[in-house]
Ligand binder design. Sequence first.
Ligand SMILES: [Zn+2]
Length: 156
Amino acid sequence: MTSPTDPAKPDHVEGSSASKPVEKSDDQWKASLTPQQYEVTRKKGTERPFTGKYWNCKTPGTYRCVCCGEPLFDSQSKFDSGCGWPSFSQPVSDGSVRTQKDDSHFMQRVEVICPHCGAHLGHVFDDGPGPTGLRYCINSASLRLEPAASPPPKKP
Ligand SMILES: [Zn+2]
C-alpha cells in the first residue's frame, strides 16, 4: 500500500537539475566568473591565441562549460590545429553544444554555444582533419577541464 510518489511534491519539475537550462542575470554571471571568462562567454569575446589555458593541453578528461558545468567536449576529440585555441573534431554528444550563424565582424561564421546556459564558446569551421571534417575552435576561457580519474584505454 505504499506509494513511491510523494503527493506533497508538485510534479512540474521534469528531469534532473543538470538538464535544466541555467538562467542568471549579468550581475550574477559577473560575480561567478573571472573577468575574462565573463567577457568571452557572456559578451562573445575571444581570448588571444596561444594565451589560453587549454590550447596546448593534452590531459585526458572532459571539458565542461565554465558557466554551468555541463560536459561539452572530450579530450579524445581534441586535436592540435595550430590555431592557438583548443580545437575539437566533435562535441561530447549530439546536442551537447548548439550552433548558430554569426555574421558579425564582416565574416560568415558559425557560433558555438552552450545549450544549457547560452554561454558563447567559440566557432566551428569545416576545415577539420578528422572524419567529421569539423573544427570546433573553442576559447579556453569557456572551458573547465575535469581530468579523467584514470588513464583512458589506449587507442590502437
Ligand atoms: Zn553552459
